[in-house]
Ligand binder design. Sequence first.
Ligand SMILES: [Cu+2]
Length: 504
Amino acid sequence: MNRRYFLNYSAITAAYLFTGCEERTDTDERKPQQPASASPAAVTPPKAEEKLPEKITPFTQKLKIPAEVNYAQLKKAAFTAQKSQVNIFPGAQTEVLTFQGDLPNPTIRIKKGEVFDLDFMNNLADPTIIHWHGLIVPEEMDGHPKDAIATGEMKSYHYPVEQSAGTFWYHTHPHGRTGEEIYRGLAGFYLIEDEEEKQLNLPEGEFELPLMIQDKRFDEKRQLRYKDPKVPQDNNGLLGDVILVNATPFPYHEVKSGKYRLRILNASSVRTYKLAFDTIGEFALIGTDAGLLEEPLTVQSVVLSVAERVDIIVDFKDKAPGDKVTLKTLGFKEGSNLTLHPDYPAFDAPMDIMQFHVTEKIQDTQVVPEKLIPIPRMQASDAVNTRTVTMEIIAGGIWTLDQKPYDMHRVDQKVKLGTTEIWEIKNSVHMAHPFHIHGVRFQVLERDGKIAFPTDKGWKDTVIVMPFETVRIIMHFTMPGLFVYHCHILEHEDQAMMANLLVE
Ligand SMILES: [Cu+2]
């Protein structure tokens, strides 16, 4: 048991998470590991129905690695959105939503130039649709909320993949239910490979790991709890106290003393992570949402808001068998001055995420290339138009873009196909929002805030906009059609913080 795990939580959370329904006694063997500040007697006990049934001992469950749907081996795949019972905790069944009956959902792996082909069946009780996050595909393939298919219906996706290598993902996107569907399971990785990336000889096979991070809440029966009807702040974003990586709570993964490529996705509802390792001071950022960087950037930590991805290389070379390295979030208090559910670790709460257990010393000959993939920079002078999109909260506490609650049939912006534009994304509230746009990728020109984000240097499809900050992005529109742009805090986009863009 890792003592730091306890210390990383606020007093309330530590007591909450680890006392559960049980009475503690002085003879409790776990007692000495609890920090003095976390005396259960000192805090108000949380509502009974929100407690975990018993303590979770972190780093005792093995990380699950998603199976792969690899288009080098098959021509067509099938997904069925469905209710499933899966093992998230040992010896317990948890009801979730899946695409193929289990979690984590499979990782799609496809090469640039190949054709993606998949039949999607909706066996949920409500209409739904899959969106391929970060992919630039025709409108009817994109998963616009207006294209949601009814229960019992099937939709065939068929499109060529023409983008460069990167770490993308897929999730359902029905209006008003995206948050709950992703939360209950409907998300997975979508990896595009290409020849240029292959030439770089990045770590692969067992040395390449997709890591999907999500914070969730469980009840005493180990079932997922979504929004708490008694706590209106949950409409501002759902925070959880159990961090799952690839659908495994606080997992561990056995590694050798070499370099690992970690492709990390934040598929949480609202939480922004500031990722770091406890005993490895630096790591290399090699890619962002929509592709590889021009050159690796050495960082000590990286901020990852909802829906963003980072591609990193971490080196365990100085570690010996028996050593343990913890991936954690340092907390990101700059991200929100808004109180969310008070019973769950807030934005500024440091939390452990998962642990790497070093089991074998190896001679690692892997080299991180000095140069990665050139990124042709779009210039502000290339832009034919500049627009402003404002993130605002309106009367009634409704999250909107430009003060207009989302209407899936209203066109909010018209863009000329083949042109380049600058969009100024303006945040007028005291909470950071990740801005995402479909059907196009972008580059960050500048932000007028205080924090510099190394991820701004790469190709993006989602960018964090800090409280009261304006971020200027530039993009070249190559795909005609009606697409959405929205805040990617799931409870915000479900509410009304979304708009339509027509490229023609
Ligand atoms: Cu938002």
